[in-house]
Design a protein around this ligand. Sequence first.
Ligand code: UD1
Ligand code: MG
Length: 434
Amino acid sequence: MNKNMISIVILAAGKGSRMNSSKAKVLHTISGKPMLYHIIKAARKISDDVTVVVAHQKEVVETLMHSYFNDINFVVQDTENFPGTGGAMKNVSTKNEKILVLNGDMPLVTPHSLEVFLQNDNDIMMSIFNLQNPNGYGRVIIKNKQVKRIVEQKDASASELLVTTVNAGIYAFSKDVLDKYIPLLNNENAQKEYYLTDIISMAKADGLNIIPLLVDEEYFKGVNSKKDLSSAEEIMQERIKTRWMESGVTMQLPSTIYIDEGVVFEGECTVENGCRITGNTLIKESHIKAHSVIEDSIVKNSDVGPLAHLRPASHIEDSHVGNFVEVKKSTLKGVKAGHLSYIGDATVDEGTNIGAGVITCNYDGINKHKTVIGKNVFIGSDSQLIAPVTLEDNVMIAAGTTVRSGKINSGELALSSAKLRVIKDFYYKFFSNK
Ligand code: UD1
Ligand code: MG
């Protein structure tokens, strides 16, 4: 595709008051990434001239987007004097003669869904969809098959509110149209804002051709509230999971599984019901059992769970990590940790067995310390390893041992459990006076 055909402007300066949140609306996440990220990603695929209009929390928005993309332009809106989607277009300048304007709150757009807007030579192309419940959207007033104007919900009369054809919020304009009409917008409406949508009635009055394009809400849904956010999330999750199942991942009860956009599967993998896999996790040739949570980790040739928790920077290879095992910032290669364990800031080598209830005590209240465990180490159940600690290859730790900071050398057994005392008839004496 020729990416020089069209410039794209994404409106992302609004507060998003209906979200009831201190966070800028476009930064609320869908499948682990800000809404604005998803839109820019789609826009970048069809244009090399992408401008994002910012104002509310502009430093945070810009910094975050720069961490993902290095080739987008930012323009600051003067929201004080020119609030509204029309005001957002005031300072924008673009490279190309055709300009696609997108709202920053439609995270479900895809490059494919935007392509239809590229193939036209009309002055104005706008997008509509028909909804049973048009609540929140601008209503599109059509007479004799001609678009007359767009009326915002807050300005609509009782009869206009019943209109179910709504403005989806994507427009393709020619540069001339924007240059002419943006300066003519006014704020004489219920919200005292400069509405981009008013261009439609002005252009119509001047006899310009306005083409309404029927689009699918699945791609252009506007997110204005937390409820909308959750509906968009469901659609995005459906897409992500379908894509991975099509490429060979087995998912049991996928409706109960959550997978972030940055997660990658390789080879033959199975994910059982109730799992949550987030960040830039890579899972290769592995089986993730029910109700496990994996965050920003690598899992290769392993089985994890049920009910395991791999926290960020865990690297699990050729290993078995079982139920109620929590791993954080640790590398396990060829290891068995079957039950009830915490392994943090540790490296554990081949052939090592970690018994039930083994804890790496990695935090002394001020600093985190490392645990290094060699090959073929056998750590008995209910042992604590107080870091920094090193267990060399071929070490045994007896059940119930506390290993204080230091090193256990190859071939050694460490045991610290107290000698067992047995007191005859103690039980009966203890309870006889109660
Ligand atoms: C807008 C449309 C409405 C359409 C709906 C589709 C207008 C006036 N209304 O309404 O017809 O049905 O989208 O989803 O355009 N923004 C700015 N600067 C501002 C205000 C908003 O950049 O001063 C940005 C927001 O960050 C947001 C986008 O523009 O990403 C749309 O704003 P929003 O307040 O969500 O408009 P809607 O009420 O949804
Ligand atoms: Mg909106």
